[in-house]
Write a protein that binds this ligand. Structure first.
Ligand SMILES: C[S@@+](CC[C@H](N)C(=O)[O-])C[C@H]1O[C@@H](n2cnc3c(N)ncnc32)[C@H](O)[C@@H]1O
Length: 245
């Protein structure tokens, strides 16, 4: 997959995209990421990319022309989705990440200042996405969140092929707890079943803890997920344990 980010601040991406899993995925060619500065497509003397809002009001609005030209300058890279980062957009979640990961080419447009001329949303972007109900100073952090979340769904990026499938939300449930060495730390023991070597028991324990966590922290998710027959037994056990404690 190729991800192109349209941003007035390309330097912001060097850190988050230049380390760890994403860097290895870039080096190995599983993903390509480019950052294009719309200022390079502002052809007036002062290379102006923002202007006062029509109708008055505070703040500056990003002009449409540099953003259109920046997106139009990108080389075609297969099936493409153009996304405007916007607090008023549809909410980003794991299902949306999976939907975006199916495209060959993702273009993320970062707004700044008071926002972006509405014609960008209407005639350039295929959709607008928000990463949550809060307002950041710019679309750069949202673009990094989306690029990172989508990239780890691309085959090869995580190495272990089923790692992303096990994650929280991928199955509709929160993920079970993880433990590593030492087996005992400051008196806190790793659950016995995890060192039993019994793979069936471990799988049952993980499914049960996944259900328990979801029930305790995000019961809303249980309304959406298709539970297995065996989950009913596990849920009954969890509720009985809860009544006892
Ligand atoms: C200060 S915000 C503009 C907020 C705008 N005046 C409003 O009330 O919706 C500047 C830019 O940051 C980005 N941004 C801020 N919060 C965001 C969020 N929660 N999700 C996605 N993008 C966001 C958008 O690209 C936006 O154009």
């Amino acid at each position: 997959m190729r991800i192109d980010i349209i941003s007035l601040f390309p330097e912001m991406f060097a850190g988050p995209l230049g380390h760890s899993i994403i860097k290895r995925a870039l080096d190995a060619g599983f993903i390509e990421i480019g950052v294009t500065n719309p200022r390079d497509f502002a052809f007036d003397k002062h290379r102006i990319v923002d202007d006062y809002p029509f109708g008055g009001g505070s703040g500056m609005v990003m002009k449409p022309d540099p953003l259109f030209l920046a997106v139009e300058s990108l080389a075609a890279a297969g099936r493409r989705r153009v996304v405007l980062l916007c607090p008023g957009g549809g909410r980003f979640d794991q299902a949306k990440a999976e939907e975006l990961a199916a495209y060959d080419h993702l273009v993320l447009i970062c707004g700044h200042y008071e926002g972006v001329d509405e014609r960008v949303k209407e005639h350039l972007a295929d959709e607008a996405i928000s990463i949550g109900d809060y307002v950041l100073t710019g679309g750069e952090l949202p673009a990094m969140v989306i690029a990172d979340t989508v990239a780890r769904l691309i085959p090869g990026v995580l190495g272990a092929s089923d790692a992303a499938a096990q994650d929280s939300f991928a199955s509709g449930l929160l993920e079970y707890p993880h433990y590593t060495r030492p087996r005992e730390f400051r008196g806190w023991e790793v659950p016995e079943v995890l060192v039993s070597g019994d793979h069936a028991k471990i799988a049952r324990w993980r499914r049960k803890e996944s259900l328990r966590r979801t029930l305790e922290r995000r019961p809303d998710l249980l309304d959406e997920v298709e539970l297995e027959m065996s989950d009913a037994v596990l849920l009954r056990e969890i509720l009985a344990e809860r009544d006892k404690s």
